[in-house]
Structure formats: structure tokens, C-alpha cells
Ligand binder design. Sequence first.
Ligand code: 2M8
Ligand code: MG
Ligand code: MG
Length: 277
Amino acid sequence: LVIYTDLDGSLLDHHTYSFAAAEPLLGELAASSIPVVPCTSKTRAELSVFRHRLGNAYPFIIENGSAVYWEAADGSRTAADSERIDTLYRHRFVPAREHWRPILEQLGRDLDGCFTPFSAMQVADVVELTGLSAEEAAAAMQREFGEAVHWRGSDEQLQAFSKALREHGAAVHRGGRFIHVMGPSDKGRALQWLNDHYNDPGGSAPISIAIGDGNNDVPMLEVADYALLIRSPVNPLPAVDRDSGLFVSQEPGPAGWQQGLRDIFAHINFSLGGIVD
Ligand code: 2M8
Ligand code: MG
Ligand code: MG
């Protein structure tokens, strides 16, 4: 069993970025060695701080499925299709962020005043838009693969923007606050790849549970064995296309994360701390 989770608005409160309400269950999962794998819009720089806070050494998926990272010291995974980055291995699905710069510059001229990418912002702008600290905002700005875009135009202009980008081969994902422009991947593709590589070659893939609250989470909520949709305090529930195995939390954020995951465990008769003799 592996749990793949979105952070902002799911494990983390949309406004305060706190996971305190999920700490009891996180403790039980850690004690049972159940992997909790972040699958997020956030960057590698943000995750290195966050994983430390969480005490989590499991693999992680960054920038909406742009790449998967895992500890090189984690002997349970091979280095197939991966490159060494410091103490990590990385498997990437998309081109570098640089690829989108000229395309976004052109679109910026066509759709004058509709959007601002992180690359054109100062740390103080990101602090104001997100409520992150200056250090956290600086880490969010260290994007390797995609561009986070603050949208101010109309929905119609957003359609035109997305269409033009798709014609350039981009994927366009909507997060809680920003539009994410990146190569052709998503959280579902990255989840699938990682889950398929989770065991030693020849072993079967673990059961996957995906947890998310936003449009950018839909691809992973559709490919996982079980899906938990977390209510958002600000956005409507996205449509998830699946016949079964979809759970919706009662509460938003980490309280809903804990309660909804306990509901799934009850449904599949999975008990934490499991084997009592
Ligand atoms: C951005 O990600 C969220 C995810 O829902 C968004 O699009 O609103 C990213 O810039 C991420 O790196 C950052 O930590 C987050 C802060 O709210 O915003
Ligand atoms: Mg989210
Ligand atoms: Mg997210």
C-alpha cells in the first residue's frame, strides 16, 4: 500500500499550510512503515524543507508530475531511467523550464496584462499571493520544469491561452492559486510510473491511494486504485471520472485527509499496526 498525496489544500491547510490536524494518522502510518509520497505542484527546493518537517524519506513527485525523486540510499529502487542529483535519483518526464520562456513571452504580448509568470515576479509578489514566508516563496520560485502563472484575465482568455500552449505541446494545470505550464505530464502519469517501479523488478505494484483537492489532482485521482477527494474551502470539487473507489472528505484540508483516509482503510479492511498475533 502506498499513499500519494497532494500537499496544498489536502495534507496542508489551504490558508495556513499546517498539517497539524492529520498528525495522529501520520504518526500511525509512520509507525507502520506505510509510504506517504508527496505528489505536488511544489518544487524540489520546497520539498527538501517540507520532507524534513514531516520526517519523511519516501520518494516524491514535484511540479505536477514533472519528475520523481528518491533517495539514492534507498536500496529498494533501482536507478533505471534515472540520473543522480546530489543525494537523490531523478526520473523526469518533461523538458526544462527554459523551454517555455519564449513561448510565454510571445503569449504575454498577445494577451497583454492577463498573466504574470513567477519568472517575472519578485519574492515579495509571491509572498503576497500565497501567504508563504519569504524563504518559502523563494523556494517555490526555484522551478526546474514548469512556470507557475498568476492569472488575471477572463475565463475566455484563459481558454485561448491554454489552447495556444497545448499547440506548443504544453500541459496546462490549474492549482489552488496558479495556472501551471509545463511539458506533457501530470500527477497521474508520475504516480503510475512510480507505483510500477515501487517494488523490485518482478514484484507486483502496491495498492495505490491518491489524495487531492484540485483540478491538477484529477489525473492521479483517476489512475490510483482508490481516490480521496478533499473538499476545498475556496474552490468547487473537481469532476473525477471513475466508477468506484472514490471517496470525498467531509471536512477540508488535513482534518478531511485524516478522516477520509480512515474511511478508505475501513472500506478495504486495512488495519494499521496490522498484524496482532
Ligand atoms: C503553487 O502551487 C499551488 C498548488 O495548488 C497553486 O497552484 O496554487 C506553487 O507555486 C507551489 O510551488 C507553492 O508552494 C504554492 C503555494 O501556495 O503555490
Ligand atoms: Mg491542492
Ligand atoms: Mg497541489
